[in-house]
Design a protein around this ligand. Sequence first.
Ligand SMILES: [Zn+2]
Length: 154
Amino acid sequence: MASMKTSGTITEETGAGFARDETGSIQPTIENFYKFCAEGKLMALKCNRCGAIICPPRIICPTCFHDRFEWNRLRGRGRLLTYTVIHFPPTQFQALAPYAVGIVKLEEGPHLPGMIRNVKPEELRIGMEVEVDFETALPKEWPRWPRYFFRATS
Ligand SMILES: [Zn+2]
């Protein structure tokens, strides 16, 4: 396996099953991001050079093009920047329609896209406070990764 450079401390106790590099650090991959979701944690990468908070993870910092990161846990709270209501979804989401997907500006800065649950489409509004939550059941379709979604902050 090609080695990916990561360094720094892991700020959270983590379970088994994460892909790690030769130093034992959890690799900055989307698959590891979803494994954190399975533990109920929304995790971002923090760039070791410029400090950018990156979520979902990317292999290169979009701000300074650095490639060394550490994982940081986010609070999972933010405000809805924009949304759209899906009436004609892809087959695997048909049972959920109509449903909303949006982009949330997290408190820590990143803009994270996701489905918005537990809010009626007519009650959605730009700027509303939302928080991340996690599905407990794995989806039937590939990729069978746990999924996160947003709900209105109670
Ligand atoms: Zn950077």
